[in-house]
Design a protein around this ligand. Structure first.
Ligand code: ATP
Length: 370
């Protein structure tokens, strides 16, 4: 039954767990050794660049791909080899093909009319109308797909998944066919829908902004591996390694390499104060500073000195790119700050606590108190 309250299944039925899961296609390792625990009702995003294994991971939960090793549990039940139809999941893809000759009503009703489900006409009608109300499609039920907009079609695809009241929703880049404005609108609708349904949702995207706004938890993937799992804020503030630091944020974190000397990380144009509690020993160090954590300072006091390359006015602030030694640095500056390409500039972190430190060799973050 569709209702604004969480589905009627026991809440633990909606958990998803990966235990040492890997997927190989011949010599290609698409997914390597994934361990992941998804709590019931969470919105979890698999985020990473093209080819990192996101869709394959989702496909294994759906039962479309058989893992080469490991186990997948849904609601504590081992479903590793269970047929897709018996997993109680619903999937929404990027290409959400609707049946062009069927009305919106019939498109949403389609899963309920499948042979295995014996749903009465009254029940079909009630479920379709409940879903349509939740998605704002009530007035469009008699139309054909070609008579509605792209965003509305995307909502129909979601409605088709909702009428099945699955334990887990799998969403593979469902918004990527939409224009920017619709994407942003659908994003907040999806977030709202997740809150109202209380369902477990697994979402795949390469768009870090989408992942940040939608997710309770993000799993950042690279080359088949999970680099870090956690709430968006935690990943943004405390990236576990250089990959996550660079991948999250628009633009990503500025990274400075250098050598330790006189209590500073030094390289051409760079003299960033080292925190006193930084473990001694690590030879190669990198400092990471987010663009919004850099402020202009006099060149004499600046921890970074270089030359302005470009300045883009963004309304509430400006995005400046500057060459600091060999690093192209980005910083957000107040919009009224006079700054011209070619001009020399001094920048410093807004606070020492906004600088993250990484081991240059492994790329791993160095634990810092506070
Ligand atoms: P995208 O964002 O581009 O969709 P993705 O992160 O979803 O990428 P996957 O589609 O999971 O990545 O693919 C992971 C890796 O596995 C890629 O290197 C891909 O080429 C490879 N791969 C996927 N499916 C197959 C297949 N059926 N046979 C061989 N290699 C495959």
């Amino acid at each position: 039954m569709l209702s604004p309250t969480p589905p009627q299944t026991g809440s633990s039925a909606r958990s998803v767990k990966f235990i040492d899961v890997a997927k190989r296609f011949g010599p290609v390792t698409a997914v390597a050794d994934v361990n992941l625990d998804i709590a019931p009702g969470q919105f979890v995003t698999l985020l990473g660049p093209s080819g990192c294994g996101k869709s394959t991971t989702l496909g294994m939960i759906a039962g479309l791909e058989l893992p080469s090793q490991g186990q997948i549990l849904i609601g504590g039940r081992d479903v590793t080899t269970v047929a897709p139809a018996d997993r109680d999941i619903a999937m929404v893809f990027q290409s959400y093909a609707l049946y062009p000759h069927l009305t919106i009503f019939e498109n949403i009703a389609f899963p309920l009319r499948a042979r295995r489900r014996r749903t009465s006409e009254a029940e079909v009608s009630r479920k379709v109308r409940d879903a349509a109300t939740m998605l704002g499609l009530d007035a469009l039920l008699e139309r054909l797909p070609r008579e509605i907009s792209g965003g509305q079609r995307q909502r129909v695809a979601l409605g088709r998944a909702m009428v099945r009241t699955p334990t887990v929703y799998l969403l593979d880049e469902p918004l990527s066919n939409l224009d920017q404005q619709l994407r942003v609108q659908m994003r907040s609708e999806l977030k709202d829908l997740h809150q109202r349904l209380g369902a477990t949702m697994l979402y795949v995207t390469h768009d870090q902004g989408e992942a940040m706004t939608l997710s309770d938890v993000i799993a950042v993937m690279s080359a088949g591996r999970i680099e870090q799992v956690g709430p968006p804020r935690e990943l943004y503030d405390r990236p576990a390694n250089l990959f996550v630091a660079r991948f999250l944020g628009e633009p990503g974190m500025n990274i400075f390499a250098g050598d330790r000397a006189d209590g500073r990380l030094r390289s051409p144009g760079v003299a960033i104060a080292l925190p006193p509690d930084l473990p001694a020993g690590a030879a190669g160090l990198c400092a990471g500073i987010r663009p919004e954590d850099l402020v202009v300072s006099t060149e004499k006091d600046a921890e970074l000195t270089g030359t302005v390359r470009t300045v883009e006015f963004l309304g509430s602030r400006s995005l400046m790119r500057a060459d600091i030694g060999e690093t192209l640095v980005t910083a957000f500056l107040p919009p009224d700050l006079q700054c011209e390409p070619g001009q020399s500039i001094g920048l410093s972190p807004s606070s020492p606590s906004r600088v993250r430190w990484f081991d240059a060799g492994s790329g791993a973050a160095i634990a810092q108190p506070g």
